[in-house]
Design a protein around this ligand. Structure first.
Ligand code: 3PG
Length: 320
C-alpha cells in the first residue's frame, strides 16, 4: 500500500458506505423536522422556497470561502441545467404539498413508485424496450402502493396526486440530468440547480400563499411557537434539505445510477419507519402489508434490472 494514497483511495467502499449513511441520516432528520413545521405552519409552497433559499445562502458562503471553488457557468451550461432545475423545483414543491397534506410515511410509500415511473419513461418517452419480465416485476409495487393507499388513515387526494406529480417531475429530472452531463463536479452542479430552482419556486409561493401568509399565516405560527423557534425551525429544515440533497448528489457520483435508485428506496424504508415511530401514526394492517409488498417489489425489480444490465455488459464485452 503506497503511503501517498488518500484514505478514500485506500478504502473506497467504506467512504461510499459513509456517504449512504449520511444521506439517510440527514434525510430522516429533514423529514421529521419538516413535518413538525407543517403541523403548525401548513404552507408548503413557502416552506419549499425556504428550503432552497437556505441552501442557496449556504452555497454562496461556501463559494465565497472557496470550498468548493465555484465552477464557471456559461450560456450552454445554463441551458442544460435549467430543465433539470425546473423538474427539481416542481418535484420538490409537489413532495412538500404532499408532506403537508398526509402522513410522511404515506408520501414516501407513493414516492417508492419512482422506479416504476422511470421504467415507463424509458419505454414510452425514450423508446427503450423494457422486457415483459421487468414490467411484471413492478406489479407488486403497484399492488402494494394501491393496498396501502386504500386503507391509509391520513389519505386525501391532494397528498396522493401531488406525490404522484413529484414522481413524474423527478423522472424527467433524471432524463434531463443524463443529457446534462457537464463534467462539472456534483457539488457545483447542485448549487447551480438550487439557485435556478429557487427562481422557479418563488412566483407560485407568492401567488398561491402570499395573501394568506400576510393575513394570518406568519402571525399564527409565531403565536404558536414564538419567533425564535419559528425562524430556527425554518433555518434547520433548509440546512438539512440542502445537505441531504448535496450528499445524495455526491453519492451518485460514486455509484451506478441503479445502485443510487435502490439506495433511494431503502432510504424511504428508514424514513417510513422513523416517522411512524416519532409521530406515533397509526397505520392499518393492510397499509403496513401493502407498504412492505411495495418495497419488496422495488427490491425485486432492481435485482432483475441489475441482472439484465450485467448480461448486457457481458454480451457487449464478448462482442468487442
Ligand atoms: C423534497 O422536499 O424535495 C422531498 O424531500 C424530495 O424527496 P426525495 O428526495 O426523498 O425524493
Amino acid at each position: 500500500v503506497s503511503p501517498s494514497k488518500s484514505f478514500g483511495e485506500r478504502f473506497p467502499a467504506l467512504v461510499t458506505g459513509f456517504f449512504f449513511f449520511m444521506w439517510y441520516f440527514l434525510n430522516v432528520i429533514f423529514n421529521i423536522l419538516n413535518k413538525k413545521v407543517y403541523n403548525y405552519f401548513p404552507y408548503p409552497y413557502f416552506v419549499s422556497v425556504v428550503h432552497l433559499l437556505v441552501g442557496v445562502g449556504y452555497c454562496l458562503v461556501c463559494w465565497a470561502v472557496g470550498l468548493p471553488k465555484r465552477a464557471p457557468l456559461n450560456k450552454e451550461l445554463l441551458g442544460l441545467l435549467t430543465p433539470v432545475a425546473f423538474c427539481h423545483a416542481l418535484g420538490h414543491v409537489m413532495s412538500n404539498v404532499s408532506f403537508a397534506a398526509v402522513a410522511v410515511s404515506f408520501t414516501h410509500t407513493i414516492k417508492a413508485l419512482e422506479p416504476f415511473f422511470n421504467a415507463a419513461a424509458s419505454q414510452f418517452i425514450l423508446g427503450h424496450q423494457i422486457p415483459l419480465s421487468l414490467w411484471l416485476s413492478l406489479a407488486p409495487v403497484v399492488i402494494g402502493v394501491s393496498m396501502a393507499s386504500l386503507t391509509e388513515l391520513s389519505f386525501n387526494w391532494t397528498g396522493f396526486i401531488s406525490a404522484m406529480i413529484s414522481n413524474i417531475a423527478f423522472t424527467y429530472r433524471s432524463i434531463y440530468s443524463k443529457k446534462a452531463m457537464t463534467g462539472m463536479d456534483s457539488t457545483n452542479v447542485y448549487a447551480y440547480i438550487s439557485i435556478i430552482a429557487l427562481l422557479f419556486c418563488l412566483p407560485p409561493a407568492i401567488l398561491i400563499e402570499g395573501p394568506q401568509l400576510m393575513q394570518h399565516g406568519f402571525s399564527e405560527a409565531i403565536a404558536k411557537v414564538g419567533l425564535v423557534k419559528f425562524l430556527s425551525d425554518l433555518f434547520w429544515i433548509g440546512m438539512f434539505y440542502h445537505l441531504y440533497n448535496q450528499v445524495a448528489a455526491n453519492t451518485l457520483e460514486r455509484v451506478a445510477p441503479l445502485t443510487h435508485a435502490v439506495g433511494n428506496v431503502l432510504k424511504r424504508v428508514f424514513v417510513i419507519g422513523f416517522s411512524i415511530v416519532v409521530f406515533g401514526n397509526k397505520i392499518s394492517t393492510q397499509t403496513g402489508i401493502g407498504t412492505a409488498i411495495a418495497i419488496a417489489g422495488v427490491a425485486i425489480y432492481s435485482l432483475i434490472k441489475a441482472n439484465m444490465e450485467e448480461q448486457k455488459r457481458k454480451a457487449a464485452a464478448v462482442a468487442s
